[in-house]
Design a protein around this ligand. Structure first.
Ligand code: NAP
Ligand code: ZN
Length: 347
């Protein structure tokens, strides 16, 4: 076992503390990674504050991990020491069920092993990227293209894949009208990816305060949802609405913005249930859907797509000491647009 510095939340909502954790000895298929950067996802906040229930403490969050390979097990063929690599939201899955075979490990029938706040199949709790080093099975490691800086790559490992997959699945392309609701960590990457896929993108944000940024990220239009007029004006406008909001929304109001056969896909994961009127779906044969992160082949494809199309998150690099304050800023929608921890400040 190797001991490594980490940032840990001892209990729900408690401040982060510097501590050390143990990482397992390298197994045959394992890759040891020195973590350079880790993004802060709103899911980290939901879980560290136990908003979804069932959180495991102490917790070392972090599933947007970018770093450099420092050792590999004897069965690892895809990576060598010195490679620039990433790890996202999963670190294991059964590898045998129909979804794992299809490269959709997020839907593993046995249940995938989450990078943190999860348990390995032998019951050991998992600890994430707010640390200096991690050991991960090679299947769950992706290569970071040369043209993407490690700090920029980190947020793509969750915010990137979570927005890329639904846009790909619902066949967004030239001529598709897409609305992205919420321009935070996920949203600002989603806008860029949808635009790069050729879609006509509209941002629906609470206010117009980030309009210039939204247009720079590739949106054609930008509306404030705090203005009632927005919902009148945009009625029956979109083929796909990507909802990245971490809180409950008036989904009926958003469903009415869809064209016939349009889909509202939610990736935002508020802790409390949403309500939907059947008529909002019946009228216009609309669909309400969800999407969860993405499998490993899609994660590599997404990174290569971002490299090719110049999709880069806008990040605010912070030290370990600033994580508590960053969480408060994420919750108050005061993030421009992803906090990334410089792992060298952890210890
Ligand atoms: P984030 O950076 O906080 O962005 C969320 C954005 O939603 C905010 O920036 C804000 O955008 C908008 N918003 C927040 N509160 C709102 C409210 N009360 N009403 C309307 N809009 C509001 O969060 P994130 O990291 O992008 O994550 C977003 C959600 O996705 C979280 O719930 C997270 O757990 C979930 N998530 C899901 C998956 C998945 O696999 N499905 C993966 C990762 C994350 P504006 O200021 O533009 O309004
Ligand atoms: Zn995430």
């Amino acid at each position: 076992m190797a001991t490594t510095p980490a940032l840990s939340a001892p209990s729900a909502g408690a401040s982060f503390e510097k501590t050390t954790i143990d990482r397992r000895e390298l197994r045959g298929e394992d890759v040891q990674i020195e973590i350079s950067y880790c993004g802060i996802c709103h899911s980290d906040v939901h879980q560290a504050r136990d908003e979804w229930g069932g959180s495991i403490f102490p917790m070392v969050p972090g599933h947007e991990i970018a770093g450099v390979v420092t050792a590999v097990g004897p069965e690892v063929g895809r990576f060598s020491v010195g490679d620039r690599v990433g790890v996202g939201c999963m670190v294991d899955s059964c590898g045998e069920c129909e979804y794992c075979v299809a490269g959709e490990e997020q839907f593993c029938v046995k249940g995938n092993v989450q990078t943190y706040n999860g348990r390995e199949y032998d019951g050991t709790p998992t600890y994430g990227g707010y640390s200096r080093q991690i050991v991960v099975k090679d299947r769950f490691v992706v290569a970071i293209p040369e043209s993407i800086e490690l700090a920029d790559a980190a947020p793509l490992l969750c915010a990137g894949i979570t927005t890329y997959v639904p846009l790909k699945h619902w066949r967004v392309g030239k001529g598709t009208k897409v609305a992205v609701v919420g321009m935070g960590g996920l949203g600002h990457v989603g806008v860029q990816i949808a635009a790069a896929m050729g879609a006509e993108v509209t941002v629906l944000s609470q206010t117009l305060s980030k309009k210039e940024d939204g247009l720079r990220f590739g949106a054609k239009e930008y509306y404030a949802t705090s203005e009632r007029e927005t919902f009148k004006k945009l009625r029956s406008s979109f083929d796909l609405i990507l909802n990245t909001v971490s809180a409950n929304l008036d989904l009926d109001a958003y469903l009415r913005l869809l064209r016939v056969d349009g889909t509202l896909v939610t990736v935002g994961a508020p802790p409390t249930p949403d309500k939907v009127q059947a008529f909002s779906l019946i009228a216009g044969r609309r669909s309400l859907a969800g999407s969860a992160i993405g499998g490993l082949p899609d994660t590599q494809e997404m990174l290569d797509f971002c490299a090719e199309h110049g999709v880069r998150p806008a990040i605010e690099l912070i030290a370990a000491e600033a994580v508590d304050g960053a969480y408060d800023r994420v919750v108050s929608s005061d993030v421009r647009y992803r906090f990334v921890i410089d792992a060298t400040t952890i210890g």
